[in-house]
Design a protein around this ligand. Structure first.
Ligand code: NAD
Length: 534
């Protein structure tokens, strides 16, 4: 046990969780033959109280190699099953996640310190993703007929195969949804998956592995390797056929370099410094309530969190007053119920980063309009939702992702200035536009360099639109998750072109020029016809 507990109570009291449950989950970690739990372990701590929950093996390269080998062996049989059989198992998994939500919500809260209302967003995501990919996978994987080289002379078909073994590397901030929603399309496509969760949040990932097995997923098709990122991560990237990474831009560059060297695909979902624009026709009260949620859900530890707000100067004072009121109305807490709006930061490192950004902002001239205090009375790493004004454009809080409950509010002269300020960032993950006119909002959204832009919402409308790809501009992403694009990344294509007339080639020798001229005449006719039909 660490030094801090909530009033002397264990964080587990009131939950169905126990030390034994964590031991059972740790037993699910994929290890090389002959390695027992206990060789080399990593403690997992509850941020709400700083108490030790249990430990997981610190896997090494040998464990990762064995897991990938098992995954490769299991993959062929899995891929040979009809897609409907695979997605039926994933649908059962989605049902189990919904049925066991109380256990998963407890686990999520205990492992991350997040408020239950935020934890619910994660759990809801999983059954939805299962159903979405059950709907779209059969069509995405079906062989297609494409236009041939010479109409009537050749036929062309494209077939789609799974790439093989997919490595998923996930962060601690949304450890349930980000561990498995990238795995679901990979599995639907017939790949096997080896997941490396963040070392701070392995138990949620292991609980998902348990439910996938219960749903009927064959052994070896989904495995979890736990351990230090710089050890397990590269060992995994080295061996898989595609890597789906979610985490910081800094680590994403390391992963991309390694994937590039091995010539395997990678999809990277990285950091953000997300802007929210309040246009001159916005409903101020709605915008303020929306902003409070968009900035402070999950204590700001959300890649889509708003960290910069630009308000038309005519509404600035009114908006700021309403936003401060909304923010002060947020309840802090880490109990395993729905009482709190905002939980704690996840670690001492997170607290240090947030305090450093706020101190730097204040030193460079910013004012703290609300919050700005560490709240150890709530939890060891808890920090108040914080609003800053007059932030220097070169300060840390203006330029770097804080990844905490801190936002700057700045007045702007007009929409042009708001769009320019929003786009003045190396990142481009999420943005939000508030206006009384949705069409105008969509027009402004199209000018923002961001993978997702929500109009009159902070992030949920965009994130939960599973049929639409989620990517990012600039340093925020490579590739996409969600949508058909979210399954396409895990496929390799095979084009089969068949000739009805045997060898397709131009003749040589006498008369060849006539054939070439004829071919160009035919080509001209075909192109003219195509243009007319277009
Ligand atoms: P991180 O990059 O430190 O860690 C992410 C994962 O990478 C962890 O599992 C970690 O163990 C692993 N890792 C560490 N070193 C590695 C290496 N050398 N090779 C391979 N893997 C390695 O990120 P974090 O601090 O845990 O997460 C917060 C960041 O993630 C923020 O920047 C946030 O914006 C971003 N994020 C992005 C999205 C998105 O969808 N775009 C979602 C959530 C979080």
């Amino acid at each position: 046990m660490g030094e801090h507990t909530t009033g002397g109570l264990s964080v587990l009291s009131g939950s169905g969780l126990s030390a034994r449950r964590f031991e059972v989950l740790a037993g699910r970690v994929a290890r090389a033959d002959g390695r027992a739990v206990g060789d080399n372990e990593i403690d997992v701590v509850a941020p709400a109280t700083d108490e030790r929950l249990g430990s997981v093996p610190a896997c090494d390269e040998t464990d990762v190699a064995a897991a990938v080998e098992r995954a490769r062996e299991a993959q062929a049989d899995w891929a040979a099953r009809p897609v409907e059989e695979r997605t039926a198992i994933l649908e059962r998994f989605g049902d189990l996640v919904a049925d066991r939500r109380d256990d998963l919500l407890d686990l999520l809260q205990v492992e991350t310190g997040k408020a239950r209302t935020t934890a619910v967003e994660e759990v809801l995501d999983v059954p939805n993703a299962c159903s979405y990919y059950a709907d779209v996978a059969p069509e995405a994987l079906a062989e297609e007929r494409r236009r041939g080289a010479l109409p009537g002379v050749t036929t062309t078909h494209v077939s789609y195969d799974p790439v093989g073994v997919v490595g998923v590397i996930s962060p601690w901030n949304y450890p349930l949804t980000l561990a498995v929603t990238d795995a679901i399309p990979a599995l639907a496509a017939g790949n096997s998956v080896v997941l490396k969760p963040d070392e701070k949040t392995p138990f949620v990932a292991l609980a998902l592995a348990e439910l996938l097995a219960e749903a009927g997923l064959p052994d070896g098709v989904f495995q979890v390797v736990t351990g230090e990122g710089p050890v397990v991560g590269p060992a995994l990237v080295e061996r898989v056929d595609h890597v789906a990474f979610t985490g910081s831009t800094e680590t994403g560059r390391v992963v991309a370099e390694q994937a590039g060297r091995n010539l395997v695909g990678c999809s990277l979902e990285l950091g953000g410094k997300n802007p929210l624009l309040v246009l001159d026709d916005a409903d101020v009260e709605r915008a303020a309530a929306g902003a409070a949620h968009a900035c402070f859900a999950n204590a700001g530890q959300l890649c889509l969190s708003i960290e910069r707000i630009y308000v038309h100067e005519s509404l600035y004072a009114e908006f700021l007053a309403a936003f401060v009121r909304e923010t002060r109305g947020l309840t802090l807490g880490t109990d395993l119920d729905y009482a709190a709006d905002v939980g704690t930061l996840a670690s001492a490192d997170q607290l240090e980063r947030v305090e450093c950004h706020v101190a730097d902002a204040v030193e460079t001239g910013a004012s703290v309009v609300s919050g700005g205090r560490h709240r150890p009375d709530v939890a060891p790493y808890c920090y108040e939702p914080t609003i800053l004004t007059d932030v220097d454009a070169d300060s840390l809080v203006a330029t770097e992702e804080t990844f905490g409950p801190v936002v700057s509010v700045t007045p702007v002269a007009d929409t042009e200035a708001a769009v320019a300020a929003a786009n003045d960032s190396d990142y481009g993950l999420n943005a939000s536009v508030w206006t009384g006119d949705r069409e105008r909002g969509r027009a402004v959204a199209r000018r923002i360099e961001s993978g997702t832009v929500c109009v009159n919402d902070g992030y949920a409308a965009g994130w939960a639109a599973l049929d639409a790809p989620k990517g990012g501009f600039g340093d925020s992403a490579v590739g996409h998750r969600h949508g058909v694009e979210g399954i396409d990344r895990y496929l390799q294509t095979r084009t089969v072109a068949a000739s009805r007339v045997g060898l397709v080639k131009f003749p040589s020798g006498r008369g060849a020029g006539w054939v070439v001229d004829g071919a160009f005449t035919l080509l001209g006719l075909v192109r003219r016809l195509q243009r007319r039909l277009r």
